[in-house]
Ligand binder design. Structure first.
Ligand SMILES: [Zn+2]
Ligand SMILES: [Zn+2]
Length: 305
């Protein structure tokens, strides 16, 4: 007998612990509003309060501009099938720059953030992006999507990144989660983006499971714990945190690639947000900067801090 009997129970359906879902798609109608709330809360006690409030205003704009914004179009089904077959992300970043709905998303965002209180440099940067010729705008979109933001134009790229996050979250939300395939531990199955941070969640049926959070589209994808999401090594993985902290925010440091990604223990504090708490825990990055681990995750809102 080489074939199992049809009467055998499916191993996946027995036992008390169901397999945790591979991905959790973003809910763009909730994602940015929840982030705004968290940023406002963190600003109450943070030394970074003015900056956190500015990013909270940006998140409010990311939420508000979606009202009445036309739905973005997913790639055609055959392109999605092909991406899956070849182990590629469902959304092709290289095809996105000329999308009309992306242009409208960006223009709406630039208008929505105009009234925000901001430093003079951020105001000048907004004038620059609003006046940017199409080719320059495409260049900025490409820079954000390749996580290669020029150091002398970070403020401009913050606005472009915020608009791209809205566009990609709305696209990712429309994907069929059951048709996504694992790209690598460190790449989002929806858009190929690197993580901004990772979360140990307390979701029912997935308690204690770790998810990477996409820096672009907000998708969460499952990656086992105590494994470097940057290089895949399970050896020499250690944890560092700021002394006297709540024990909910740590840096997962890898001795193999010398990189680190933050890990947030959301099962202990459900309010932790992958982007907001990454910014607010800048102190941990500063601590690690003294050592020889490099930050391996991407957050466009942390580059200028
Ligand atoms: Zn993504
Ligand atoms: Zn590593």
């Amino acid at each position: 007998m080489t074939h199992s009997s049809s009467f055998e129970p499916n191993p996946a359906s027995i036992g008390r612990v169901p397999a945790p879902p591979f991905v959790k798609l973003p809910d763009p109608g909730r994602l940015f509003e929840a982030r705004r709330e968290r940023l406002e809360f963190l600003a109450q006690t943070s030394e970074l309060a003015p900056y956190l409030r500015f990013i909270a205003g940006l998140a409010a704009a990311q939420n508000a501009i979606q009202s009445g914004l036309p739905e973005p179009d997913l790639p055609p089904p055959d392109a999605l099938d092909r991406a899956r077959e070849f182990g590629m992300p469902a959304l092709d970043r290289n095809q996105i720059a000329h999308d009309d709905i992306l242009s409208e998303t960006l223009n709406r965002l630039f208008d929505a953030v105009a009234p925000l209180a901001k430093p003079a440099e951020a105001a000048a940067a907004l004038d620059h992006v609003k006046a940017a010729p199409l080719e320059q705008m495409h260049g900025m979109i490409r820079d954000v999507l390749s996580e290669a933001i020029p150091a002398d134009a970070i403020a401009e790229h913050v606005y472009v990144a915020a608009g791209l996050q809205v566009h990609f979250a709305r696209l990712a939300a429309k994907l069929d989660k059951d048709k996504l395939t694992r790209i690598s531990d460190g790449a989002c199955p929806c858009c190929g983006g690197p993580p901004v941070s990772s979360l140990v969640v307390g979701w029912m049926g997935a308690e204690g499971t770790r998810y990477c959070s996409c820096s672009l589209c907000g998708t969460l994808w499952n990656v086992v714990r105590v494994k470097c999401v940057l290089c895949g090594s399970g050896k020499g993985v250690g944890y560092q945190e700021v002394e006297g902290g709540a024990g909910t925010i740590k840096a997962e440091c890898c001795d193999n690639c010398r990189g680190y990604v933050k890990i947030f223990h959301q099962q202990k504090d459900v309010a932790l947000d992958p982007v907001a708490d990454d910014i607010a825990s800048l102190g941990l990055d500063l601590l690690l900067r003294e050592g020889d681990y490099r930050r391996g995750s991407f957050n466009p809102f942390l580059l200028g801090v």
